[in-house]
Design a protein around this ligand. Structure first.
Ligand SMILES: C[S@@+](CC[C@H](N)C(=O)[O-])C[C@H]1O[C@@H](n2cnc3c(N)ncnc32)[C@H](O)[C@@H]1O
Length: 232
């Protein structure tokens, strides 16, 4: 199996493939003013981490989910038959136009500016995008955290840098907040358990254990920044 396939195999058994929680989703729905009968897209839905909360918070909404990993979408279809789930590139989502495009921990795959530019054409007038992206929480981050994220190929900026990327793309920031430790614990607690019993891909297991250890030691220096935004 390739590294990418290992990752999918490992996360297929988990309900969450990135940090996030109920509170942050409810906050985004409220800031975005997402109506009860909304059309909502979960872009980069993974195995469907946020779909139970979306379905519960907006039971009359039409929910579409897209992910590039076919096994994740098979699982989403099995778990949530009422969700219209698609394998594909979230830069070019089906359906819509949407009142809300929600994208938790996935926008970095496209880049903020390209993602917003693609999604603008898929929003209703008055529609919003809510996304989360990894940022430094401190101005002088610790060396082990810098080295770790650099090795992962991620160039983290500050919350202000992220807001500037959004406004620079011609969008308004309607609200912004940190995810906070609860959202990381919701991701890492089941992942740590899964790593203890997972027998494949030793390199991947080591890398994910290192990521969890980094968060325990230096998690105060970085966090997911949530942004709700609309075209200006
Ligand atoms: C960190 S995971 C987050 C998944 C989910 N939102 C969650 O919070 O559990 C990022 C997801 O984005 C998906 N992804 C990456 N690039 C994509 C693309 N261009 N189009 C659709 N999905 C993509 C990956 O397959 C993965 O499931």
């Amino acid at each position: 199996m390739s590294g990418h396939d290992d990752l999918i195999d490992l996360f297929l058994a988990l309900d969450r493939a990135g940090p996030g929680d109920l509170d942050s989703l409810h906050w985004a729905l409220q800031v975005a003013g997402t109506p009860p009968r909304a059309q909502v897209l979960d872009a980069g839905c993974g195995t469907g981490a946020d779909l139970p909360a979306l379905l519960a918070a907006r039971p009359l909404a039409q929910i579409t989910a897209i992910d590039s990993a076919a096994p994740f979408i098979e699982r989403v279809r099995a778990r949530f038959p009422s969700v219209s789930a698609h394998v594909g590139d979230m830069a070019n989502p089906p359906g819509g136009p949407y009142d809300l495009i929600w994208s938790a921990g996935a926008i970095y795959h496209l880049g903020v500016r390209p993602a917003l530019s693609s999604w603008a054409a898929h929003l209703k007038p008055g529609g919003c995008v809510a996304f989360s992206d990894l940022c430094w929480r401190v101005s002088d981050p610790p060396a082990p955290a810098c080295a770790f994220w650099q090795a992962e190929g991620l160039a983290l900026g500050s919350a202000d840098d992220l807001a500037s990327a959004v406004t620079g793309a011609g969008w308004r920031v309607l609200g912004a907040r940190w995810l906070g430790p609860g959202g990381w614990a919701a991701y890492y607690a089941p992942l740590a358990k899964q790593l203890d019993s997972y027998t494949g891909a030793p390199d991947l297991v080591t890398a994910l254990r290192a990521e969890i250890a980094l968060w325990r030691a230096h998690g105060g220096s970085y966090d997911y920044r949530l942004i709700v935004t609309a075209p200006a």
